[in-house]
Design a binder for this molecule. Sequence first.
Ligand code: GCO
Length: 487
Amino acid sequence: MQQRGAEPRPTPEAGRPARLRFPDGFVWGTATASYQVEGAVTEDGRGPSIWDTFTHEPGRVVDGTNGDIACDHYHRFREDVATMAELGLGSYRFSIAWPRVVPTGAGTVNQAGLDFYRRLVDALLEHGIDPLATLYHWDLPQPLQDAGGWMNRDTALRFAEYAQVVGAALGDRVPTITTLNEPWCAAFLGHASGVHAPGITDNAAALTAAHHLNLAHGLGAAALRSVLPATGQVSLTLNLSVVRPATDRADDRDAARHVDGLANRIFLDPMLCGQYPVDVLDDLRHITDWGFLRDGDLATIHAPLDLLGVNYYSPTLVAAATPELEQRTSTRWVNDPQGPDGPARYPGTDRAFSVPQAGPYTAMNWRIEPGSLTELLVRVHRDHPAVPLMITENGAAFLDEPGPDGVVHDADRIEYLHGHLAAVHDAIVQGVDVRGYYVWSFMDNFEWAWGFSKRFGLVHVDYSTGKRTLKDSATWYRDVIAAQGVD
Ligand code: GCO
């Protein structure tokens, strides 16, 4: 049986150089997202988002917590930026809360909200850290949800207006702006399994939302281009999956093809090739007639992209739907913190299930397999060779407990990050154009439906006092950055 930590360290004997040096200019960063770290949810004119609503509904978050205060980054960002500078970070990926900038989602712009991000960006630039700003990391203004949210096509138009406002205000000092973070989660966890806001459970709604998110990306990218300086870069971040069949049987192999379509190609193909994959359209005709797809949409979605962000944590194992699996999984969804362990329904479809994999695992029960990241990067590069890639999230939750010295000695996180950096290096050696790597996350934060029960940070946060303490992984990452690589 495979044990945690059993991944072999690269050695010269294994045919690789001991020092895996990354190319000059490779970007070293960390990432966070607004609702997960900021707090201050009613401050300076911020309106409510779907995550405020969702987390305050009983039973939605496993530990009953919410992001009202979170890491209080809104007030402590200067201290956090100073720590980033200490670690030698080249870039900080954060997201902008739409309801801070446009509190009702449409119309009036809240200057105080924009000013917060201007202060944050200025603090980063003063420390020589490049800001990478994401426009949508899931905190949709609640009034837009009240009008149908991502099931309503108009939300994509409102997103473009908001993108233009942010681009005009910050585009002179933020070199890269990302339209969406992980539209898969927003569409499928938000509308099919309902484990994320707005908590809807309807596969057809999820497919509608996925298309409107794709459309928002296209319209948002065009809106950004209309106001950004010529050097301004537009990017997108997807959580892409390595999908494998549970057995070699034809039905399981077909389930893997199907889930690959639903997890990866439903976003990659329209955004990078201007078409939906025919197999995905055909597979799901019993769920939707795709009537929301209008003439011209695909040309809009197929917007020029400077960079594709890839968020990656763990591979996915799937099996074809069978009556037995149906029965065993009736209460459990993928990424459902409240369900029992075991096979899980795959959101957006009735044809496939996600099934447990062998360890080692992180505290999320996600299998640790660094080589799968190389596999993914090589595949994306093969399918879409023109677009440069960036690892915009990779990291792990572990059961971090400070030792008697008050410090978290997180050897397991170091091992995870080391293995995945080596995997990225492997991909680069194989010719994949990977421009940088962002650890998820800079600090422990609000892990959505898992609340504060899972810690992903390089920096430990004591949620009762707000105190930050560097974990061993933070100083390890500082050394990696200084050496421009891993041993
Ligand atoms: C994401 C997420 C983060 C999560 C992280 C760990 O983009 O999925 O963007 O918000 O916290 O992935 O689950």
